[in-house]
Design a binder for this molecule. Structure first.
Ligand SMILES: NC(=O)c1ccc[n+]([C@@H]2O[C@H](COP(=O)([O-])OP(=O)(O)OC[C@H]3O[C@@H](n4cnc5c(N)ncnc54)[C@H](O)[C@@H]3O)[C@@H](O)[C@H]2O)c1
Length: 235
């Protein structure tokens, strides 16, 4: 990697789930600016994906495949992985940003194991600062985000010997449409819990995802990267 930009994704093929909004959308845009060879963008609605990427250049559009899929469905998961392999013959990066992750790890891991130049890849899962601590009223969400980290650590133990790295990002409160589920009055309260007294931006999480997806993090697997403005005091 010396002398090269280790964050460059040239020659890499990636899948990003939840790509039509928020963190997934900003990560997709950053990957397109980072030299990616092919990008499978997954969300529940193809229309939402088309709308989100409607201003993409012609050359960027040619690098993308839109896949309408519910990531909690195994056939849909197989479909988005197959889309990458059918078009580009490989899968190097899988960003599991939406919903259920187990199926994504299972099928992306299998495809990465069969990459033409040998088993290799990078899987990045999105947990949360609530996967590092608790929050009143959010027990189910917090429990699911702790589970995401447990899953990622287990997958790292299983897949790293095969050349496939697995890492997780724990975002703090980020200004995306997800926050619309909370009363607007609670936003300054969330912001006030960070040491920076502000909400994060989705592009600040995208930067962390790019680090873990790319060769820049070549010695990281089983890593939990907190990007939360100092909110969580643990982990
Ligand atoms: N925004 C935050 O404050 C915050 C903080 C910590 C963690 N996170 C995590 O980051 C990830 C992305 O969140 P966001 O803030 O960008 O949310 P968002 O609502 O802006 O975007 C999520 C996207 O995922 C898609 N999606 C959801 N379930 C899906 C499914 N089953 N199949 C396919 N697509 C699905 C949605 O349609 C949407 O386009 C989530 O895992 C979330 O829990 C967000």
């Amino acid at each position: 990697m010396s002398g090269q930009n280790a964050f460059n994704l040239q020659g890499k093929v990636a899948v990003i789930t939840g790509a039509a909004s928020g963190i997934g959308l900003e990560t997709s845009k950053l990957f397109l600016r980072s030299g990616i060879q092919g990008l499978v963008l997954v969300d529940r609605s193809k229309e939402a994906l088309k709308k989100a990427f409607s201003e993409s250049s012609e050359s960027d559009s040619q690098l993308c495949e839109f896949v309408e899929a519910d990531v909690s469905n195994e056939d849909s998961t197989k479909l988005y992985v197959k889309t990458a392999v059918d078009r580009w013959g490989r899968l190097d990066i899988c960003v599991l940003n939406a919903g259920i992750l187990f199926l994504g790890i299972k099928h992306a891991g299998r495809a990465m194991k069969d990459n033409p130049e040998g088993s290799s890849g990078s899987i990045v899962v999105i947990s949360s600062q609530l996967g590092l601590e608790g929050a009143p009223g959010l027990s189910a969400y917090s429990a699911s985000k702790w589970a995401v980290r447990g899953l990622a650590l287990t997958a790292a133990e299983e897949l790293t010997p095969l050349g496939i790295r697995v890492n997780s990002v724990c975002p703090g409160p980020i200004h995306t449409p997800l926050l619309d589920a909370f009363e607007k009055e609670s936003w300054p309260v969330m912001a006030g819990k960070t040491l920076m007294n502000r909400l994060g931006k989705p592009e600040e999480i995208a930067n962390a995802v790019l680090y873990l997806a790319s060769g820049a993090s070549s010695f990281c697997s089983g890593t939990t990267l907190k990007v939360d403005g100092g909110y969580s005091k643990f982990g």
